[in-house]
Design a protein around this ligand. Structure first.
Ligand code: ATP
Ligand code: MG
Length: 239
């Protein structure tokens, strides 16, 4: 994995699991049940990408594509302050886009090439969540084929953006918790083989006690196996 750069998650344990953080030229998927912390991680990374390299960032900017309306500027403000960034600057360095349906979501990503060319400081593109519109608009088995086809096209565009422009792309995907989730086939837990054949790093997140969460990397031969614990706090993601 040559020439990739890393963005810290603000958890040393999670960074350790990822070999230093979320990497550029790669699509990273956070998947897990509701409230597992996918959106909080996305907020944290859109702040942390702005940090200087010595603090785990890329002096970069972020694009945040919000499909569920769960983005909160107050969280950016709190997380920015906590890592020593000016909150107003931090907010200005995030291009916020609200995708109202799957076609809109796809169109936003198709248009990103133009924005990134004009704004090469963009080092992170987030789609939170990548699946919700597709699931709502193409429900059930009878729509599975068309849903897969559209979603695959969308995901491959995100992968291509990452590779072409040396940026990190992050997608989130809500999956229902199952008792055997960590040990069974996670692609089945996703409810179909939705994201199975798309290249990238998949991180499964599970709720633990209180504000603790458990993360595990799935199907990444170049990363060590195992689970780590991190926390979601008022200041953001922490150990
Ligand atoms: P969904 O699948 O429903 O989108 P998610 O995985 O995106 O869920 P998040 O929204 O990232 O989940 O996590 C929500 C959790 O984050 C809350 O339950 C709470 O534990 C924690 N959290 C959110 N805001 C704060 C805050 N200001 N201070 C501390 N913890 C917070
Ligand atoms: Mg969320």
């Amino acid at each position: 994995r040559m020439n990739t750069k890393k963005i810290t998650t603000s958890s040393q344990a999670l960074d350790g699991l990822l070999g230093g953080g979320i990497e550029t030229r790669t699509m990273t998927e956070f998947f897990g049940e509701f409230g597992s912390g996918k959106t909080q991680l996305c907020h944290q990374l859109s702040v942390n990408v702005q940090l200087p390299p010595e603090k785990g960032g890329l002096n970069g900017k972020a694009v945040y594509i919000d499909t569920e309306g769960t983005f909160r500027w107050e969280r950016i403000e709190a997380m920015a302050k906590a890592v020593g960034l000016d909150p107003d600057t931090a907010m200005n360095n995030i291009y916020y886009m609200r995708a109202i349906n799957s076609d809109h979501q796809m169109a936003i990503v198709e248009d990103l090439q133009e924005l990134i060319t004009k704004e090469p400081a963009i080092k992170l593109v987030i789609v939170d969540s990548v699946t919700s519109h597709f699931r709502a608009e193409y429900p059930g088995r009878e729509n599975l084929a068309v849903r897969q086809q559209k979603l695959n096209k969308h995901l491959h565009q995100l992968v291509r953006l990452a590779e072409m422009y040396d940026i990190a792309t992050i997608i989130t995907n809500q999956v229902m918790a199952r008792p055997d989730m960590f040990y069974g086939d996670p692609t089945v837990a996703v409810g179909g083989h939705t994201l199975y054949h798309v290249p990238g790093i998949r991180i499964q997140i599970k709720k633990s006690r209180g504000n603790k969460r458990i993360a595990r990397v799935v199907d990444a031969p170049h990363l060590p196996e195992g689970e780590v614990v991190f926390a979601i706090t008022e200041e953001g993601i922490r150990d």
